[in-house]
Write a protein that binds this ligand. Structure first.
Ligand SMILES: [Ca+2]
Ligand SMILES: [Ca+2]
Length: 294
């Protein structure tokens, strides 16, 4: 697995954990941001993506599926053994859904990341996504990447919403008894690239929900919501995610113990340049073969 060339800044910052209820979206609207909106709409920001692997538990916690029966969540707010997690095949809550019982889990080192598992594999025929982790060479390669953030509606209740933001920086963060490398994204209505009115801020209750990037038009996991700098969405405040790529090997080791593995994009040993070279070789070989036979 690729190692990061550039280290995260070592800054221990005490923050508020985002325990308790919502993702604040600057210019929220139901048709634009609700995952399970029931009316007709043409402006849903998640329309191009498959969120089926983002599950929600009977205890109000989040589970993001990364292999057949393992999920990632937050160590301070996760679906505990005995609770059930439901996955919806599409962004239609009345459509097919699949529910599994959590049977265990483990905290990843000193971090706020949690890997949990179910009694059985999530049905392979159920079209429920298993997300890969985006593995780039260095931290700077993730800045400024656009992320899609999941959370609960700022007005209360259990309605799921999709917001956006842009990764600004990385810090080693300490909250409560946990320390880990984190990705920070600010709330300032002034991002580049612009995410417009979809800029989001983590409020209490969203811990354990994921942040994704678009990798080749597919979602790839980069963050799990952990904390924030302010209890209200004031301009200049920052949201804080556990940065999953830094813990790829540790998470993969837990999955390996259960006969599974964590996927990466790009696949190890095959980056864009590797693909270009592979294509060139194939064309050369093909041309040579045509030349030989003609
Ligand atoms: Ca921002
Ligand atoms: Ca900004």
């Amino acid at each position: 697995m690729k190692k990061f060339l550039i280290s995260a800044l070592i800054v221990l910052i005490s923050l508020y954990p985002a325990v308790g209820h919502a993702l604040y979206i600057l210019d929220y609207s139901a048709s634009k941001n609700d995952r399970f909106y029931t009316g007709t709409r043409s402006n849903y920001i998640g329309a191009a993506y498959d969120f089926s692997g983002v599950g929600y538990s009977s205890s109000g916690t989040w589970a993001t599926l990364v292999s057949n029966n393992c999920f990632i969540s937050a160590a301070h707010y996760y679906p505990a053994a005995g609770s059930t997690v439901t996955f919806w095949a599409t962004d239609d809550k009345s459509g097919p859904s699949y529910t599994y019982t959590v049977t265990g889990g483990v905290k990843i080192g000193s971090t706020d990341l949690w890997v949990g598992w179910f009694d059985s594999s999530v049905d392979v025929n159920s079209s429920i996504a298993r997300y890969p982790v985006e593995m780039l060479t260095g931290y700077s390669d993730y800045i400024p990447q656009v992320i899609y953030t999941l959370g609960l509606y700022q007005g209360g209740g259990s309605k799921q919403v999709v917001g956006m933001n842009v990764i600004d920086n990385f810090y080693t963060t300490e909250v409560g008894a946990s320390t880990g490398i984190t990705a920070w994204y600010d709330y300032d209505n002034n991002d580049s690239p612009s995410v417009g009115g979809n800029e989001s801020y983590l409020l209490v209750g969203d811990s354990g929900a994921p942040s994704f990037v678009d990798y080749g038009s597919q979602l790839a996991l980069v963050g799990i919501h952990w904390a924030h700098t302010d209890n209200t969405p004031v301009m200049g405040a920052s949201s804080v995610d556990s940065f999953v790529p830094s813990y790829f090997d540790d998470i993969n080791a837990v999955l390996a113990g259960r006969g599974q593995s964590l996927s990466a994009v790009p696949e190890p040993g095959m980056n864009v340049y590797g693909l270009i070279i592979a294509c060139c070789l194939w064309f050369r070989r093909r041309r040579r073969r045509q030349t030989d036979y003609s």
